[in-house]
Ligand binder design. Structure first.
Ligand code: BYC
Ligand code: FE
Ligand code: FE
Length: 474
């Protein structure tokens, strides 16, 4: 099942054999392109960008690299190869054959989940649309655009499912995905984090580290789904997703590295001195981290969720890497949850494991995030400084779930509302922090040159040197 680039819509799903579906998607395509030209990185439509494009769905060697103008990017529909005789891997239907069509009773649930997933993809492109103007290097500019075109492709992935499996409802939902916009007062994006503005590159790196990583875990959960086309779509999306998180992880490493160099040159870690020297002090980075981590935690939903229990029971949405668990039915097991109790105390509740699936996924996510922090902290440790990045507690600054609107400090200790209100500005980026970071955001376009607040990457893209002209600006 090769990818057919002779088609107007590149695909490996034999689109040409289903004329009705093909025509419907060909009608959606111009709407997508006009959305891209209006809500995407519009000011760079004429730039030639060194981008990767999928040419097969093999785990290895699926990518082709070349200069492309973004509006000419070949967005298409690529599903991972089917697994022969695949069986339902969890829930009440464990062991029965997976579904190639949507079972009638799960139709509205599946549609809602696919729409929610699909909504985040264009949302992120909208959030990032102006960052190109302040890119710290051509290398970074190219990475931004790579992420943007692939999020556009992820939208295609979900729109394909909506069109192919959900009839008229699906086509209507596909249109709505281009009508809601990030931060729009009347028609915002569905999930909170996707309405937060991303105004500077520190936020972009935090977003690709923390929020794209929610994508990784949600996609891994869907990769287990009994609805096989969804599972296969998500399996291929995950191969693209790895680069997005790489951008965030190495971005924050490079900012940290530069800050450490400045601290060593100055012989001080005093934030004001670091700032005067044009680098971002570590406490400011921590405050950005607190913001994006806590916002992204909400994306996993409530700790105890009857929705999540139903998704699991019905075989719709599993746990990431479901195979590594022993009990795929989760009928008897319970899960211990810390919940807020009266007078600032914490109580333990035991809920059926199925109801706690959001929390199971969130915990796996937190562990994955912690690995990134450990890498950044190694850099700090190696340079002999005492500062360490920390992940706030999953109770901190939540707006969804048991801890929603419960005032706690970053370590998760419940505190009085007054104290919380007074201290919150010191835990999150202040207006002053944001203004300072904004003051550093100037576009650098000389190949190989980096803005003064970020270290160069260790290596370039696809064996190209760091000073390669990754974007030819028009
Ligand atoms: N903001 O029972 P609950 C990505 C809603 S990121 C606003 O706890 P459930 C990407 C919830 O919808 C991956 N509303 O929720 C990253 C529900 O509403 P209804 C995105 C929220 O259903 C970067 C209600 O609260 N993929 O790909 O167990 C760049 C009760 O909640 C939020 C997905 O999210 C929130 N944060 O789980 C580009 C996968 N959280 O139904 C791309 C699809 C919850 O009562 N979505 N609500 O109206 C899902 O699996 C589930 O909808 C959720 C929520 C995990 C989000
Ligand atoms: Fe995505
Ligand atoms: Fe992504």
């Amino acid at each position: 099942m090769g990818i057919d680039y002779a088609e107007r819509i590149p695909n490996n799903v034999e689109l040409a054999s289903d004329r009705t579906l093909q025509r419907a998607l060909e009608r959606w395509q111009p709407a997508f392109l006009s959305w891209w030209k209006e809500m995407g990185p519009t000011d760079f439509n004429a730039a030639d960008v060194y981008l990767r494009t999928a040419i097969s769905v093999d785990a290895k060697g699926w990518a082709h690299y070349d200069y492309v103008r973004m509006p000419d990017y070949r967005w298409g529909i690529f599903l991972a190869e089917p697994e022969p005789d695949r069986r339902v891997g969890f829930g009440d239907g464990f062991g029965s054959p997976v579904w190639q069509q949507v079972p009638g009773e799960h139709r509205s649930t599946l549609r809602r989940l696919i729409v929610t997933q699909g909504d985040t993809e264009p949302a992120s492109v909208e959030q990032q649309r102006l960052l190109g103007h302040t890119a710290p290097s051509l290398y970074d500019l190219r990475n931004l655009f790579q992420v943007n075109v692939e999020e556009g492709r992820h939208l295609w992935a979900m729109v394909y499912l909506l069109h192919a499996y959900f009839g008229r409802d699906g086509r209507e939902e596909a249109e709505e995905l281009l009508v809601r916009h990030s931060g729009d007062a009347d028609k915002p994006r569905i999930l909170g984090t996707f309405n937060e503005p991303i105004r500077d590159w520190l936020s972009f790196f935090m977003f690709t580290f923390f929020t794209d990583r929610d994508g990784k875990f949600q996609l891994k959960s869907f990769a287990e789904s009994s609805f096989d086309p969804l599972a296969r779509t998500c399996r291929f999306m995950l191969t693209e997703e790895a680069h997005h998180m790489f951008v965030g992880d190495t971005g924050i490493s490079r900012v940290t590295k530069r800050t450490l160099e400045v601290m060593d040159e100055l012989g001080t870690d005093e934030p004001e001195a670091v700032r005067r020297a044009g680098a971002i002090d570590l406490p400011t980075i921590q405050r950005y981290l607190n913001f994006w981590f806590s916002s992204s935690l909400d994306l996993f939903g409530s700790e105890a969720s009857s929705n999540a229990a139903a998704y699991f029971a019905q075989g719709i949405k599993g746990r990431p890497d479901e195979k590594k668990f022993d009990d795929h039915l989760a009928r008897e097991a319970t899960f211990a949850l810390d919940v807020p109790a009266d007078a600032g105390r914490v109580r333990q509740d035991h809920v059926p494991l199925r109801n706690a699936m959001n929390e199971v996924v969130r915990n796996a996510y937190v562990e994955d995030c912690a690995r990134g922090l450990a890498r950044w902290n190694k850099l700090i440790e190696a340079s002999g400084h005492g500062f360490r990045f920390t992940l706030p507690s999953t109770r901190f600054r939540r707006t969804i779930g048991n801890w929603a609107n419960v005032p706690t400090d970053p370590s998760g200790r419940p505190i009085a509302r007054d104290e919380y209100d007074a201290k919150l500005p010191s835990w999150l980026p202040s207006d002053d922090d944001r203004a300072f970071v904004a003051s550093l955001m100037h576009r650098v376009v000389e190949p190989g040159t980096m803005a003064a607040w970020i270290a160069p990457p260790d290596k370039g893209i696809k064996d190209r040197p760091v000073d390669y002209e990754y974007v030819r600006l028009a």
